[in-house]
Design a protein around this ligand. Structure first.
Ligand code: ADP
Ligand code: MG
Length: 254
């Protein structure tokens, strides 16, 4: 019966089935040999000013693998991660996420894919002011079906993991930059995504907390997630932790 469905419909159905699973670690993806992220000559040109932020990037990231996107400010790291996270559509080229071609998927299917599979740590946090740390962590889970009493436990456990147990009920604007960044990391993990995209996740962290983040990358990968980190932090770039390193200059791979 499934043969009558489009790939997008199949992806949406499998997301519905997989959105909530009981374990604390990210759900494993099907096969280690499968590609989690597959970019084929992907470019992004911003129509507003005609600038090309990403030019002709081809990249294959296997499931359960790690990738570092390295490059100076303005080299296209954030744009590349936003493309991988289906938050931007490419101007040219093709993107597959977990084997599904997403380049021309309708917006509601992209939203389901993002919500079900992708955890994104934004460079500038994008936390909701006026809401507490734990409420912010729970935001990505709110539109998902099957919310249950475990959500609060999981959110608190994630905050505790980042040393924020006693700050959980503090409004985020009263937290330091580093604390806000840790809330943003916890929020990215709350739906147990199979793909974690982290944009300069250590920019506001001290060296010790940055080390905690690097340990987390290892743990996520061991739990079955694919992790992509964009950074120019020497602590991250010098860690020798990543299976693959993509170096960007002026939007091109060097
Ligand atoms: P990085 O994260 O490495 O600092 P970005 O991906 O943020 O790089 O930016 C790459 C280039 O694309 C920069 O020249 C930037 O000005 C440009 N750019 C990024 N976002 C936009 C946008 N929304 N509109 C126009 N230009 C953009
Ligand atoms: Mg950036």
């Amino acid at each position: 019966m499934y043969s009558a469905l489009t790939t997008a419909e199949q992806a949406a159905r499998s997301l519905d089935r997989e959105t909530w699973t009981p374990s604390e670690v990210p759900r494993p993806v099907a096969s280690p040999a499968r590609l989690a992220i597959d970019l084929d000559r992907v470019s992004k040109r911003f129509e507003s000013d005609g600038s090309t932020a990403v030019a002709g990037i081809s990249l294959a990231i296997p499931a359960r693998s790690t990738c570092l996107v390295e490059g100076p400010s303005g080299s296209g790291k954030t744009t590349l991660l936003a493309l991988m996270g289906c938050m931007l559509r490419p101007s040219a080229g093709r993107i597959r996420i977990d084997g599904t071609e997403v380049t021309r998927l309708p917006e509601d299917h992209l939203a389901a894919l993002r919500r079900g599979r992708v955890g994104f740590v934004f460079q500038s946090h994008h936390l909701i002011r006026g809401a507490t740390a734990v409420d912010n962590v729970e935001v990505p889970a709110i539109p998902c079906p099957g919310i249950d009493g475990r959500l609060r436990d999981r959110s608190m456990a994630l905050l505790a993991r980042f040393g924020l147990a006693d700050r959980a009920h503090t409004r985020v604007e009263r937290l330091s930059g580093g604390e806000q960044q840790r809330v943003a990391i916890a929020r990215a993990l709350v739906n147990r995504p199979s793909i974690v995209l982290a944009d300069e996740p250590t920019a506001h962290l001290d060296a010790d907390t940055a080390e905690t983040f690097l340990a987390l990358v290892n743990e996520l990968r061991a739990g079955g997630a694919t992790v992509v980190v964009a950074s120019h932090d020497p602590v991250v770039c010098g860690a020798g932790l990543f299976a693959q390193v993509v170096r960007l200059r002026g939007g091109r791979q060097v």
